[in-house]
Ligand binder design. Sequence first.
Ligand SMILES: C[S@@+](CC[C@H](N)C(=O)[O-])C[C@H]1O[C@@H](n2cnc3c(N)ncnc32)[C@H](O)[C@@H]1O
Length: 286
Amino acid sequence: MRGRGAWRVRDALAFASRELGLAGVGEPAREARRLLGFAFLESFPPLGPEERLPPFFSRRFRSLVTCRARGVPLPLIEGRVGFLDFELKVRPGVFIPRPETEELAERAVALARRLPPRPRALDLGTGTGALAIAIARARPDIRVLAVDRSPTALACAAWNARALGLEDRLQLRASNWFSRVEGRFHLIVSNPPYVRHGELLSLPREVRGFEPKAALDGGKDGLEAIKHILTHAPEHLYPGGWLLLEIGAGQGEEVMRFALDRVGLVETKLERDIAGKERFFLARCR
Ligand SMILES: C[S@@+](CC[C@H](N)C(=O)[O-])C[C@H]1O[C@@H](n2cnc3c(N)ncnc32)[C@H](O)[C@@H]1O
């Protein structure tokens, strides 16, 4: 680099890949290219490797690389994340949907397609609205209620629902799990907080430092929210209705036992994610 204004694209990318790699970011070269695109607000035609970056964009790129190297997740820098075949706005204070959540959403969509006409679905702890939106997009006749305790999450989910034209069929409500939920549903889905309280500090820096604690903390055994949802789900499901949950790796056995012995759910099933970890719990109401 000969001066900040004279950075060549090739050199800027090499610098960013090195900085991100040293900071422990996975796939540093790919992320460097993403950040460069974002620094340009994606409004410029792509520059060749020998072209020079205008000074404003060099400074912007450098500061984005610094943010990312400090652990700010890429979706928070870009303000959005791809989810299935659509895009979600994300913002600080709202959980960024993970690849596992996409797998959960695929299962929820498959179930939603099997429901009777004009069904109702409930998403507990909706965050960006990812699951509720995936379900609403899958069936034009479905009505979805999505709740969260976080006003920041609800505002973000409302924005996403509006942007995707779903505000008529996706209702958002502040609720402490079922506290403000009335009536029964054909499908209840949730990706609740399930990390053991004592393990929060050992989560990766990006998660620990930038995700809301309320989205992660599952209490002493990690199962507080899951057990609460399991206990109250039958009061809110139609007979034969489905409950689909994301759970933590290693929690399957206890979740199964609790669901069968204490709650009386039937057709209980555990499924693994693509990494081979027990991740999804499925059951039906009698
Ligand atoms: C792991 S995040 C999941 C967000 C979103 N469903 C997803 O999969 O991307 C858990 C969500 O549950 C919400 N939450 C935590 N405690 C809650 C409670 N008592 N009642 C309602 N929502 C709660 C958090 O605010 C957060 O948005």
